[in-house]
Design a protein around this ligand. Structure first.
Ligand SMILES: Cc1cc2nc3c(=O)[nH]c(=O)nc-3n(C[C@H](O)[C@H](O)[C@H](O)COP(=O)(O)OP(=O)(O)OC[C@H]3O[C@@H](n4cnc5c(N)ncnc54)[C@H](O)[C@@H]3O)c2cc1C
Length: 407
């Protein structure tokens, strides 16, 4: 392992995918060095929903119990027609009780997951996560990758045997490789408002609610918050002509929340976050000794909560392949299977589902809306169709396909 410790596996990005990849490699005894541009894990409200297939992988990594403890277990999600206030369909992951040990989703904020992985990484002397260290360029030869890292002390060159670009949607690694990010950016942005007001008093019994509407759809999710007392995130779309200043204005925020969930008195709003929304997949997830994982490889709208889940699956699959090659259990050629499996899976399971979810939430044609609602209600009412829908929505089908494709 001496040459390996001189040339560890390098990771650009210490977001959730970067640190989980580091942990999955470190647990195999492989030296790993991750570089995170910022001084700490980003705690902006982004992913929270952790699906069945991901919970099973987090079990393998020894993280699942703590994720469940730090998050909220939710077996249900509901789809409503906001125009009429009627419940269209309720889906229940308990229907997967014979398919998994985890027949539910766990709402656990992504910074908690990343911080948990960082805590676990401290136990591995051969793993380093360096903060305030930005990867600015890379080059590679037949057996080495070299990156230039910028820190407060200046720039330095670091050598490794492989590099994983887990550096998010604007990935420097992907751009340095000249890999196109194919797809499109939605014209509108999504706004998340976070409030301690208990929306569960108005929508009892389920902490994941999607409310379809031709002009003003919204979604409500509960997370436990840093102190465990519970916060609700209200996700909605914005108009193209609305500026950030207009959207964040206190009166506009109040009007928006009162429109979705009317209540006496003003809302206490603790976060306002605006996100660009994309559907993009890298033209390749692999070039030579460099791989892309997580948002560096694929981005999607958040409806369905799939992006980070799929990124964690990337981390687990890639670290497994690298482990087999570096321990001499498989030829280097198997690394090609990473791109061959993951890229089409992302298109089929993540891009297609999230695009369909968004269309269904905002559908303007009343005939199509009614047909969508009828289909959802019929799916929820039929036990076979209900289970099939959940196997896909929870990414369990994508994992099954992956393993079948791999053999
Ligand atoms: C509103 C919203 C809600 C979402 N909800 C869900 C959900 O419920 N479920 C789900 O699965 N997904 C969800 N997602 C998607 C999820 O947030 C992303 O898929 C996830 O953050 C991807 O993690 P990552 O580690 O790949 O990238 P990031 O979280 O973007 O992390 C990349 C890291 O790399 C660092 N970095 C960047 N460039 C460099 C560099 N050159 N050198 C070193 N470091 C660098 C960054 O500072 C950052 O820390 C949601 C997204 C949004 C916007």
């Amino acid at each position: 392992m001496s040459s390996l410790s001189e040339r560890p596996i390098l990771i650009a990005g210490g977001g959730p995918v970067g640190v989980i990849t580091a942990l999955a490699l470190a647990r195999q005894g492989l030296p790993v060095h991750a570089f995170e541009a910022e001084s700490k894990v980003n705690d902006a409200p982004r992913a929270a929903t952790t699906h069945v297939a991901t919970l099973e992988m987090l079990e393998e990594l020894g993280l699942v119990e703590e994720v469940i403890r730090r998050g909220l277990v939710e077996p249900l999600f509901r789809i409503w027609d906001r125009s009429t206030g009627k419940l269209v369909a309720e889906f229940d992951f308990s229907n997967l009780k014979n398919d998994t040990r985890y027949p539910f989703a766990v709402q656990c904020e992504q910074h908690k997951l990343a911080n948990l992985a960082l805590e676990r990484l401290r136990a591995f002397p051969h793993a380093t996560v360096e903060f305030s260290a930005r990867v600015i360029s890379l080059s590679q030869s037949n057996d080495t990758v070299e990156i230039v890292v910028e820190t407060a002390a200046g720039t330095r060159t670091v050598k490794g045997c492989y590099l994983i670009g887990a550096d998010g949607g604007r990935s420097t690694v992907r751009k340095s490789l000249g890999i196109a990010f194919e797809g499109y950016t939605h014209p509108e942005r999504f706004l998340i408002l976070t409030t301690p007001f208990d929306i569960g008093t108005r929508y009892p019994g389920c902490t994941r609610n999607y409310l379809a509407h031709p002009e003003d759809w919204c979604a409500f999710f509960k997370v436990s918050g840093d102190d465990g007392t519970g916060l609700w995130r209200v996700l909605s779309s914005t108009r193209l002509d609305q500026t950030e200043a207009e959207l964040f204005d206190s009166e506009a925020v109040e009007r928006r929340l009162q429109k979705f969930v009317p209540k006496a008195g003003r809302y206490d709003v603790i976060h306002r976050n605006l996100y660009n929304v994309h559907q993009r997949v890298a033209a390749s997830f692999h070039k030579g000794r460099v791989f892309l994982a997580g948002d560096a490889a694929h981005v999607n709208n958040p409806l369905g909560g799939l992006g980070l889940n799929f990124g964690i699956h990337d981390a687990v699959e890639l670290s497994g392949l690298l482990g087999r090659v570096l321990r001499g259990k498989a030829s280097i050629d198997i690394l090609d299977s990473y791109d061959r499996h993951r890229r089409p899976l992302n298109i089929e399971f993540v891009q297609q589902q999230t695009v369909a979810n968004k269309k269904r939430m905002e559908e303007k044609d009343p005939v199509v809306r009614a047909r969508n609602f009828d289909e959802l209600a019929a799916t929820a009412a039929d036990p076979v169709a209900h289970r099939a829908y959940l196997l896909r929505a929870s990414l369990l089908d994508s994992v099954k396909n992956r393993f079948e494709a791999a053999v």
